[in-house]
Design a protein around this ligand. Structure first.
Ligand code: KG4
Ligand code: ZN
Length: 348
């Protein structure tokens, strides 16, 4: 990727968003998605989920995910263009998630993006999946307040990030073991609620008592790091010791309450430590209603502006990749056709 230009987040004379329609593609895990954006506005966002297929295996099978992306990538792109009422000839740039993720899955999106950009002679840009999540609140407003703190919570990540400006991200807190999404998913699995677990826990928790079972919150003290592995073990032990007597709604509500309270406490502490006046909540776990409501309440009480995208833009989608690309393309960034995919990549 071209190095971020010195002006990233700087000069006011430059347009913040790319002027021409951007076609964005996301295929890093188990959703095939394409979106069309114009000047930072989402014209369409199509997501073909593989959840039903992976459900029978209880998790994402990488080889099967890649094959399913191959089948859906072109129909999904066509549908995104159709919904945006544009033709492929109208597209001014192609953006694609190229890191981090399942390499076989990523390469389907990257190959499609390269082919379109090459055939049309238009810019191609690779986007970091987490930068997509991080900038997804741009779906609410054309620009973001800086500096702000971002809580990224997904299936693979739990991070608190200080966002100084576009392209300038500093991870200030993170999980030392499992991600929050994993704690939801593994908790759901041992409770027999299936895959993916986060939404299933949220639904089961609706009728449960969150104070019924006491579960560990992980790290103690003034930290803004997280640890969810002890919680995972405690839920397994709870299920084994309670056996037939286990109340699944109460267990789900207790698990959700434990995760939500830890995330909210550390996010607010991090805003205080960084003197942030705004907090964003992004990533798949940001779809959790209890977490959204708790952080909204706490931010209101603390006088912190709270931004979280609509639920459909929390879980993986191409619109968020298009939003991040819209900013970078407007700064003159793009990639060569040797753009590669990476299983792991630092957020820079
Ligand atoms: O961002 P995402 O779609 O994919 C990754 O990049 O990992 O996040 C997926 C995670 C899964 O762990 C899923 O269980 C969780 O987000 N999730 C939820 C909810 N919806 C999705 N967790 C809690 N409550 C939800 N409503
Ligand atoms: Zn994600």
């Amino acid at each position: 990727m071209a190095a971020p230009s010195p002006g990233l987040g700087g000069s006011k004379s430059l347009k913040l968003h790319f002027e021409l329609p951007v076609l964005a593609i996301e295929s890093s895990c188990d959703e095939t998605s394409a979106a069309v954006l114009l000047q930072g506005k989402i014209l369409s966002n199509v997501v073909a989920s593989q959840v039903a297929m992976h459900q029978k295996w209880g998790g994402v099978v990488p080889e099967a995910a890649a094959r399913a992306h191959v089948e859906s990538i072109l129909p999904v792109i066509s549908e995104a263009l159709e919904k945006a009422m544009l033709g492929i000839g109208d597209v001014g740039a192609v953006a694609v998630t190229n890191r981090p993720g399942l390499v076989g899955a990523l390469s389907v999106g990257v190959t499609a993006a390269k082919a379109i950009a090459f055939a049309r002679g238009i810019p191609l840009i690779g986007i970091h999946h987490l930068e997509g999540h991080l900038l997804s609140p741009l779906s609410l407003q054309a620009d973001l307040p800086f500096p702000h703190t971002c809580l990224i919570v997904s299936g693979g990540h739990t991070e608190l990030v200080e966002v100084q400006k576009y392209g300038n991200y500093r991870i200030v807190g993170q999980t030392r073991d499992d991600a929050a999404g994993e704690a939801f998913d593994k908790g759901a699995r041992v409770m027999g609620l299936g895959y993916p677990g986060g939404y299933a826990i949220q639904i089961a928790a609706e009728t449960g008592d969150p104070r019924r079972y006491h579960l560990p919150k992980g790290l103690a003290g003034d930290t803004i790091d997280f640890s969810f592995s002890g919680l995972k073990t405690a839920v397994l032990r709870l299920v084994q010791t309670e056996g037939q007597d286990l109340s699944v709604p109460d267990a789900a509500a207790s698990l959700q309450e434990t995760i939500v309270s830890v995330l909210a406490e550390r996010a607010i502490r991090s805003c205080h430590q960084l003197s942030s006046t705004a907090l964003t909540l992004v990533g798949g776990v940001a779809a959790n209603l209890a977490l959204r409501n708790r952080l909204e309440e706490e931010c209101n009480r603390e006088g912190i502006q709270f931004l979280t995208p609509p639920i459909e833009l929390c879980t993986d989608n191409a619109a968020m990749i298009g939003l991040a690309a819209s900013i970078r393309l407007a700064r003159g960034e793009s990639d060569d056709f040797d753009l590669d995919c990476f299983a792991n990549a630092e957020l820079v």
